[in-house]
Every structure is written in structure tokens, then in C-alpha cells.
Design a protein. Sequence first.
Length: 431
Amino acid sequence: MSAALLELSHITQSFSKGERELKVLDNVSLSLAEGEVVGLLGKSGSGKSTLLRIIAGLIKPSSGSAVFNGSAVSQESLGISMVFQSFALFPWLTVLQNVELGLEALGVPDKEMRKRALEAIDLIGLDGYESAYPRELSGGMKQRVGFARALVVNPELLLMDEPFSALDVLTAETLKTDFLDLWIEKKIPLKSVLLVTHNIEEAVLMSDRILIFAANPGRIAAEIKIDLSHPRDRQSSAFTAMVEHIYTIMTSGMQRKDFSAARSAELTMHDKLPRVSPNQLAGLMEELAGSPYNGRADIPALDAALGIGTEDVLHLVEALRILKFAEVAEGDIHLSTHGQAFVDADTQKRKQIFAEHLLYNIPLAAYVYRVLQSRPGNHAPRVRFVTQLEDKMAEEDATEALAAVTSWGRYAELFAYDDNTENYSLENPSA
Ligand code: ADP
Ligand code: MG
């Protein structure tokens, strides 16, 4: 590794949301050296795609600089290519034409364009599909076209924005290993790769270094070197230990900061809430209480067993934690005595326990309940709460938090909500 290929210094990005500014990236600095794959790992909404768009010169950051090969990046910067999650192919063009498109902007003569496109197609395993149209291709093949189009210009830096997320597991596996082969065996003149993903295993499989992104605003929360030689064996203890280690960081430090930004342990009314359904929460508690977990589970193992996606699992874990139905430490979750009591209770008793936990532990739920109690007729329009929350929260976060509290409050029969009139009311005003 030698000089930095890409240098980001103090990048900040804000978007205006109505009258307010939403800060999406806060003081992000990073450099990419020649010869490395860097993974950028973070939950959705943390600003990863925005950062890639800045690097590609598609957005000018609010402040800070992005320098590639010694000059500020721009839309015209040569040497940077991008692969997207959605394949972004032109349906009316063949595979060959879609790949050639990558070269058209460079003013390459027709004959050479064809030659290079065919080489790229060959390299990425699309041989024989040159004249096929996108609709005739499987998702995996479409994404191969996406890779061919990005690689045909011989970029020095490849930006990948969750390129495997839309593919089924097996297809994604094959494409990951095929790409790693090209990279490791230096069959492509690429100098550096920045891979955005929310999949921890994928990041550990492919990266030399992982940057963990925290949200609201997006920033680098941790950096981890992955010193495992290729090809990496997912079953090896070093590999699984690394995955565990990253889970621990993401479930303890960063998650907490994410959802209860200001104070350390106590939630406030304006903190983000994970939007998960009461049924899923009940299901997870039952799962945890039963065999083989008997009240305690390793979160990565649980994630693998549930198969509903890491992000959803982390949200469920976080919800159980803030509701005090579970504790989370060092990558393990264990059911609290309250959680166990919930599992053991019948339906009516469960609702009662849930209502108590909402009132004691979730300030926004307690607040909605108090407002309803104090208002004549015991009802209030949704907009009343939204407006108040948006004073201190991004619009999306306010909507999400209120949606979470609404579904939990309805389940617990703490209050009712009418979707048509968008009104809250007390379930049982005499109580
Ligand atoms: P990620 O890729 O990590 O999921 P994004 O970078 O797509 O995150 O988005 C981060 C935040 O920035 C989101 O809240 C999104 O709504 C907001 N955002 C992204 N682009 C724009 C834009 N052009 N205008 C306003 N808000 C935007
Ligand atoms: Mg994204």
C-alpha cells in the first residue's frame, strides 16, 4: 500500500427538510490507499449512499473536501465507477449495448468500444449473453452486467452500493467470490474498492478494513482491520470471532447512541424508536425462552437462526432492551425476569405487562397517554404529536417513533388509534 488514492476530509452534508436542515453526514474523514478494499457498514438511513454520491462527484458536500488522485472530485472525474443495488440497466438495450454505454462518454472509437465491452463481458462471466435483453436475465446475471459496465472503463476506484443486497443468498455468494477472484488475482487494474453494505459477514469476507457508520448524523464510529488471508473461511474461528466482535460493537455502543442519542441510559421523548411489531416482539421472547436458548442467546447465532435479516433482528433486540424485557451485553441477549413473566402470561395478562413497560420505559408512550388523559373527550389528533416531535427530531424519525409507539400502545390497549381520522383516544376512558 502506498499514497492515498482518495482522501475525504471533514465531509458534512445537510439536506433541507421543509424549514429545517437535516444533517446526514457529520465530519466524515477517510482515506483509501492503493490495494485495499474498505467496507462501510451501517444501518439504512445512516448516509452511506450519500457519501458514495459525494465521492462519485454527483453531489457537492455542504462542507469538506473529496480529493481523488490529487484533484477535487467532479462528475467528470475519470477513474471512478459505481455499482448499484438496483441494476439500473436500460431495458431496450442488449447486454453488449448496456456495457458499451460505460465507454460512450469517454469517446472511445466504435471498434475499440466493442472489443473492450466484449472483454469485460467475458471477464465477468457473461459470455454468450451479449445479445440478450435485461428482461431475459436472472437477477445475478443483471448484476454481472452492472459490474461489467462499471469495470469496462478500467476504473481505479470502484464504489459499490449494496451490490449484493437484491440477490438471493446463493447468487450473491457466487458473485462475491467471482469478484474477489478478479481482485485478488489482479485480473482487473482496479486500485481500490469501497464497499457499502449492511451485512456484517459480507463486510468481513471482502474487506481489508471496515468502517462502522453510526447514524443521525452519519459518522464513522469505529474502524476495524481485518487481517485474514484470502480465501477466507467463514467457518474458521478467526472469521466468526471477527463477525462477533463487530456485532458487539454494533449492538452495544452504536445502537444505543443511535436510538437514545442524548442521554446514556434514559430514553427521552425525542429519541428514535425501532419500529417493530408487538407480535414480532412476543415471538422473539418466546423463541428466547424456549430451547435451545433457555433465556440467553448469542445475537449473531440468533440472527442466523431467525433468517429475517440482521437489521430487523437488531431492531427487535433494541426494542426488547429499551422495554426492559431483555438485557444486551457483549453480543448476547438475555431475557429479563419481566420478559420471562411476559412469556408465561396469558393474552390478557401479556397486554397488561406490556402496557406497564410502555408507561415506565418509553417516555413517548407515557406522554401520549398523559395528553389523552388530560384532554376533554380523551382524544387528540396525530398531527399534534407529529408537530411537537418534529421540533426536535428529523421528520422521518418522528414518524417512525410515533408509528412504533402507536402499534405498541394499541396492542397493550393503552390507547386506540383510528387510521382514517388519524385520531388517538383512550381505549377505556374511565380507567
Ligand atoms: P443509506 O444509504 O445509509 O441508507 P442515504 O444516504 O440514502 O442512507 O440517506 C441518508 C439520509 O439522507 C436519509 O434520511 C435520506 O432520507 C436523506 N437524503 C438522502 N438524499 C437526500 C436528498 N437528496 N434530499 C433530502 N434528503 C436526502
Ligand atoms: Mg443506501
